[in-house]
Design a protein around this ligand. Structure first.
Ligand SMILES: [Zn+2]
Length: 207
């Protein structure tokens, strides 16, 4: 059994490691943000957090769309809002929309709402949501990382980034929800990499 204090201490040392090794935030203008140690652990969230109305703020760089959608309130998904989110998370290239796993939306919202508690209110960038089989196949042919049986094709995965959070911090937070798979895609460049989050088996990989 790990006590909360033990966990926080463990978290603090993780932060210290982060400060030396991989920076917690990629961009210079936000380096003064020092997330508290428990940034890594969504398990510390109390029930009140999960009972609040859920608004997802998303951007789709591929299409230039933005959406701010209240999709869950009083224990229920709001159907029209859910449809809107499915549309935002559609296959932009294949021009097809499919049902998105509500559990994935919950992970995305949880991530966004969690970091908002520390003053980070940036929208979540959706680089990829649902993918048709044809789109997924094309990515593989183009040498872009995509699994042959990708959960993107089932509406159970999204490739995301948020603000200037490093892959390490974002991936660590999503892992702490213990709801599925997390892939770390490190890339150099101004935008950095991304995190693949899915609602399949709990597993972690680097791509
Ligand atoms: Zn992915």
């Amino acid at each position: 059994m790990v006590s909360r204090r033990d966990f926080l201490q463990q978290g603090a040392s993780l932060c210290a490691l982060g400060a030396v090794g991989a920076p917690l935030v990629a961009s210079a203008q936000t380096t003064d943000l020092s997330p508290p140690p428990d940034l890594f652990d969504a398990q510390l969230l109390d029930i009140d957090f999960w009972l609040k109305p859920r608004t997802l703020s998303l951007v789709r760089p591929a299409s230039g769309e933005r959406a701010n959608v209240l999709y869950w309130k009083d224990g229920e998904v709001i159907d029209s809002a859910y449809q809107e989110l499915c549309h935002i998370l559609r296959d932009v290239n294949g021009r097809e929309t499919a049902p998105i796993d509500p559990k994935l939306l919950e992970m995305l919202w949880g991530t966004q709402a969690f970091i908002a508690r520390y003053g980070m209110n940036q929208p979540l960038e959706i680089l990829s949501g649902y993918r048709t089989e044809a789109s997924n196949k094309r990515l593989i042919e183009e040498g872009i990382p995509a699994a042959r049986k990708s959960l993107h094709m089932l509406g159970k995965a999204a490739d995301i980034r948020i603000g200037s959070l490093s892959e390490e911090v974002l991936g660590g937070l999503i892992r702490s929800f213990r709801q599925g798979g997390v892939g770390y895609y490190y890339r150099n460049g101004p935008k950095g990499g991304w995190i693949h989050a899915d609602t399949g088996l709990q597993r972690t990989w680097k791509g």
